[in-house]
Each structure stands twice: as structure tokens, then as C-alpha cells.
Design a protein around this ligand. Structure first.
Ligand SMILES: [Zn+2]
Length: 402
């Protein structure tokens, strides 16, 4: 069968049925239908559904199969246009890999029209372990990460995925994961292009194989094992960041890597940072939280044990408002205001703001759970994945369900 016919066959099979044809022994449904954690973990070798955020606003999609044959999908009003016909959805039902916009996806792809007048809702349905390999490749700089760093990240990511899908399945909502920081970064499969990258891919495969099916558990529940780029000094307590947090192991711990206690050069991610918010952004903040047209002062009114800002008071010409600092971070740009571990502001907290407000801080991300900068440094210092996880999720067990 030539390449063109292979893809046409895949489409024909897909469009002729309403469901993805399951492979023998594989589950197409996500690992989410049961509220019972034990049973859910036993099913953790099934498929997961990942919504691809990077394709949501695409004008058209060109999807290639492994032989290079391609299909083009465009919007046609509330439907899709593909192969000269209008379709409510296109399912690429054979197992990939598929290539879309320079990225490679294993498993199957389901394309539906996006919610608005343009764009697409693209769902990648793939085996949990293939997804975890993609997350580890997207979350870490692979060439510099050691095997134990990759193993620690794989176990944490697998735990998070199983826990999140379990929660969503129990609530019967959103039985899928997002491919960005709303869940975990996922840019598809890592595809090596040269000998050096083939060595890296082999290391990634060893990390996945040697942790296959292993998750963190606390009591009978799989841990919602969050992680972040760098804590800066001490991790955050999940209960301070999100009111629904329910795991003891997501409490604050000191970070030997960010504290420079390992005798290594500090990881760049652990370096202090600064960000200067301009007047226009500050005024938009004031308007958003209804304190008037201009932000006059800002000061923290609640901090956690590690000094992170939990709540701030915004003051403007018409009043003041108490706001969670995470909301301020999101409003000013979480990619610029990198964490809530603020050490200094200019002008100082609570003083009148003339034109700009400069934040100086440490760490990157929400600070809960595994510090990725530390996962790299601790592995360099000889810690294995289990020791790293035991430090950052104290009291949780790594459980092998194979
Ligand atoms: Zn740290």
C-alpha cells in the first residue's frame, strides 16, 4: 500500500465509524471513569486524552502520516472541510505517529471545530506511558538531565496525570488533560534527528521503562504530584496555594539545591529575578479589581511560612481590595512575575507608586511539590529518583502497580 493510500485508508476507517477502533488489549477510554483510586491505578496502562492547546487557534491543519502522506483540514463554518467534504469531525484512527506543525504525536488524533468561528479542538489519544515520555521531554532540558532526574520527573508526572483524570472522572467533567501549564507541558513525542539525540532518546526510554506504572501514593490515594521550575529556597504548602489541596506530602520543605547546600554551582533557574510592571499594566490591575483607574499602592497582607505572598492589598482612588497574589501574577503575566516569593519591591510595599513597580524575587512557578531545578542538582549530587521524591513529597510512597 503506498503512502497516499495508507492515509486515505486511515481516514476512511475513521470517518466510517463513530468511535476510535480500540487495539486489542488497549483501552480507548481515559483512566478516569472510576472514583476508586485503587481500581483507577490498576487501569493506569490505558489511554489518556490530551487537548492540544497549541493547535487551538490554527487557521488550517496539515497532518502527515509516517510515510509523508498528508491531509489538510480547514474550517467550514461550524464544521470541518476535509477531502472536499464537510465533516463534523475527523478522526485519524490508525495509531500514529502523526506530524502536525512540526510536532509529532503518537496514538490517534481527533479534530473537531473549535468553539469560535475559527480554530480547532484537537485531542491526542495515546498510551499513558507515551504521554508521560512526551511530558518529561517537554518539561525538562533533556540533554542536560541525568537518568535519575528523568525518572523522578516521570513518576511525578504519571502521578499527577492519574490523579487529575481520576478527579475529573469522579466529577464526570473534562476527562482530558490540557497540553499546557493548566496541566503539564506536552509538545508531543521526542523524535531524535541525529546520533546525539538518539542517545538522549534512549535515556528517556530507560527512564520511562524503569518507572513504568509507578506512582506516588499517600494512604490509598494517588498523589496530585505537582512540580515547578524552581522553589528558590523552600517549597510552598499546597494548602496555601489552592484551598482544595488535600495531601500531607504537598507541604513546605527546605530545598538543599536552591539553598546551595549541595556544593554545586547554582542552577540558572534558581537565580534571583526581577520584573518591572509599567504604569499601564498597574492601572489595568486597579481597574480589574475595582479600586479605581489608577493603582496607588500595593502591599502583602498574608504570607506563608516560606515568605511567599499569598494575598495583597491593592489601593486606588476609589478604595482598596484584598486579592490573592496568584491572581495578580496571572494578571501581570506569570511568565514575567515568575513566582510569589517576593523579596523586595521598588518602591517598597505599601509606599506610593509613581510610575513603575519593580518586583525582585526568587524561584519560578507556584512552588508546590518537586523543585525541577533541585531534581537536576540532587541527581548530580548522587541522589536517585526515589530519594529526590521522598524529600519533595515527604511521606508519599512510590508504588509499583505492575
Ligand atoms: Zn528548589
Amino acid at each position: 500500500m503506498n503512502a497516499r493510500r495508507t492515509l486515505a485508508f486511515a481516514l476512511l476507517v475513521a470517518l466510517g465509524s463513530c468511535a476510535l477502533p480500540p487495539r486489542q488489549g488497549a483501552q480507548v477510554s481515559p483512566i478516569s471513569a472510576s472514583a476508586a483510586p485503587r481500581r483507577t491505578v490498576r487501569r493506569a496502562s490505558g489511554d489518556v486524552q490530551v487537548r492540544l492547546a497549541n493547535l487551538a487557534s490554527a487557521k488550517s491543519l496539515e497532518i502527515r502520516d509516517a510515510q509523508g502522506a498528508s491531509v489538510k483540514i480547514e474550517r467550514a463554518g461550524a464544521a470541518l472541510a476535509c477531502d472536499g467534504a464537510r465533516k463534523p469531525e475527523v478522526r485519524l484512527a490508525e495509531r500514529g505517529p502523526w506530524s502536525v506543525n512540526g510536532r509529532t504525536y503518537r496514538g490517534t488524533l481527533v479534530v473537531r471545530p473549535g468553539g469560535g468561528a475559527s480554530g480547532f479542538e484537537v485531542t491526542n489519544v495515546l498510551e499513558l506511558e507515551d504521554y508521560i515520555a512526551g511530558v518529561v521531554a517537554s518539561e525538562l532540558v533533556l540533554w542536560s538531565a541525568s537518568l535519575e532526574t528523568l525518572r523522578a520527573q516521570a513518576i511525578a508526572a504519571r502521578s499527577y496525570a492519574v490523579s487529575a483524570l481520576d478527579d475529573r472522572g469522579a466529577r464526570r467533567t473534562d476527562p482530558f488533560l490540557q497540553s499546557d501549564t493548566r496541566d503539564m507541558a506536552y509538545s508531543g513525542a521526542f523524535v531524535p534527528k541525529n546520533e546525539r539525540e538518539r542517545e538522549i532518546a534512549a535515556k528517556l526510554e530507560r527512564a520511562i521503562d524503569s518507572t513504568r506504572g509507578r506512582v506516588l501514593m499517600e494512604g490509598e490515594r494517588v498523589v496530585d504530584a505537582r512540580f515547578h521550575a524552581a522553589c528558590g529556597d523552600q517549597t510552598a504548602d499546597a494548602r496555601d496555594v489552592s484551598p482544595e489541596a488535600r495531601f500531607e506530602c504537598l507541604r513546605s520543605v527546605g530545598c538543599p539545591a536552591c539553598r546551595n547546600e549541595l556544593g554545586l554551582a547554582r542552577d540558572a533557574a534558581g537565580e534571583p529575578w526581577s520584573f518591572t510592571a509599567q504604569r499601564a499594566a498597574l492601572d489595568a490591575l486597579a481597574q480589574r479589581f475595582h479600586v479605581g483607574a489608577r493603582l496607588e499602592r500595593l502591599r502583602p497582607v498574608a504570607q506563608d511560612g516560606s515568605g511567599r505572598w499569598l494575598e495583597v492589598e491593592l489601593q486606588g482612588p476609589t478604595g482598596s481590595a484584598r486579592v490573592r497574589f496568584e491572581e495578580v501574577r496571572r494578571a501581570l503575566g506569570a511568565d514575567k512575575l515568575l513566582s510569589s516569593a517576593i523579596e523586595l519591591t521598588v518602591p517598597r510595599a505599601g509606599e506610593p507608586i509613581a510610575s513603575t513597580l519593580r518586583f525582585e524575587g526568587r524561584g519560578r512557578g507556584h512552588g508546590v511539590g518537586l523543585c525541577q531545578a533541585a531534581a537536576r542538582d540532587c541527581a548530580k549530587a548522587g541522589w536517585n529518583a526515589e530519594r529526590i521524591l521522598a524529600h519533595y513529597y515527604p511521606g508519599a510512597r512510590v508504588v509499583d502497580w505492575r
